[in-house]
Design a protein around this ligand. Structure first.
Ligand code: AVI
Length: 344
């Protein structure tokens, strides 16, 4: 008896549905929380103005970020990928079988390197991606499920804070939280402390935290990564205003703002701003908010801190996240740290 192509495709589709669970903690137009938009009101009513970087990542922003990762100037992704390719097997051997929780999973491209390593050792594959963009979360989860027939995925669409507080009980005996791509650099030092306490709450003693960080390096290498020739980073920055317009019934005119990014050498961080090209008034109706901008006034949309390996290791150790292994590339541009939670 022959089975038709349509029947085969239906069987594999059913098989994917059985292995996929998606929970939406935020929706495209609202957050499922009473504090929706309070971070925007706070940021736009203070001087100087700022906006939280997670508003970059609607579906369009996530697509633009994927394009940034491919840019020749943006050395971060390819450097971290090359490190991961070298050490994924070692990571899997050290941790043993464990479920992978990834914060800010995006397209999950680098995660495949880890999944391959766990698969090669014959370990069961369970993956819990967390991302604010439900669109990219679902499409990349489906692609992974099609490519890894034994993989189970439980995806959480939400901010790190919401998602970490709602992680399901473990189905494998251990867990590794992955925070790669140097997204830690987008948190201010006080936010880092809150974040590390959420990480240690989500792990049990003996479990692992895999952290990827961009290391300090000369300005002439860092600055172009945030000022690419094609203007993709500028589009990514400006897209935040489109996202706010949609989410909060706003009327930002993106042609009246420009991208501005520079490397602050004493702070060792990139600062990314949107600069108002003229004096103007913007409304965000659903937040009941009217914001006045002077000509040249800026909104800080992101900092991207660059780290010193010794300092970050001391900080992690103080949180009980003992670095077990540290890998870098030959230029020492990027660091990957495998930490294990200690009882303190
Ligand atoms: C996600 N994060 C690590 C990126 C960075 O490099 O700080 C976000 C980004 N902003 C502009 N380009 C990339």
């Amino acid at each position: 008896m022959s089975i038709s192509k349509a029947a085969i495709s239906k069987i594999s589709q059913d098989n994917i549905e059985k292995r996929l669970q998606i929970e939406r903690l935020i929706e495209a137009t609202r957050i499922v929380a009473s504090s929706a938009g309070s971070d925007v009101v706070k940021g736009l009513t203070q001087t100087p103005k700022s906006l939280p970087p997670w508003y970059f990542y609607d579906d369009r922003g996530s697509e633009l970020f994927e394009q940034i990762c491919e840019l020749p100037e943006y050395y971060l992704t390819r450097t971290e990928t090359s490190i991961l390719q070298q050490c994924a097997g070692e990571i899997a051997k050290i941790t043993g079988a464990c479920e992978l929780v990834e914060l800010g999973s995006g397209s999950s491209t680098k995660t495949r390197i880890l999944l391959n390593a766990y698969q090669q050792l014959g370990y069961p594959l369970r993956y819990l991606p967390i991302d604010v963009s439900a669109g990219i979360l679902e499409s990349s989860a489906r692609q992974l499920l099609a490519d890894y027939p034994s993989l189970q995925v439980h995806a959480l669409a939400g901010t790190y804070e919401l998602a970490l507080a709602q992680l399901l009980p473990r189905q494998l005996s251990s867990r590794m939280l992955c925070f790669i791509g140097s997204t830690l650099g987008n948190l201010q030092p006080q936010q880092c402390d809150v974040f590390f306490s959420q990480i240690t709450d989500a792990l049990q003693v003996g479990e692992y935290f895999l952290l990827g960080i961009d290391l300090q390096k000369p300005k002439h290498i860092v600055e172009p990564a945030y000022n690419d020739c094609l203007g993709v980073t500028a589009a990514f920055n400006l897209n935040m205003l489109d996202h706010l317009n949609r989410r909060f019934e706003g009327n930002f005119d993106t042609t009246q703002f420009e991208h501005w990014a520079f490397y602050h050498e004493t702070e060792q961080q990139i600062e990314m701003h949107l600069r108002s090209l003229r004096s103007q008034t913007v409304q965000l109706k659903s937040l009941n908010l009217t914001v006045n901008f002077a000509a040249d006034e800026t909104i800080l949309t992101e900092v991207s801190r660059k780290f010193d390996l010794n300092t970050i290791q001391q900080q992690l150790t103080a949180w009980g996240l003992a670095p077990r292994h540290v890998w870098t590339d030959p230029n020492q541009w990027f660091g990957l740290l495998l930490c294990q939670l200690q009882a303190i």
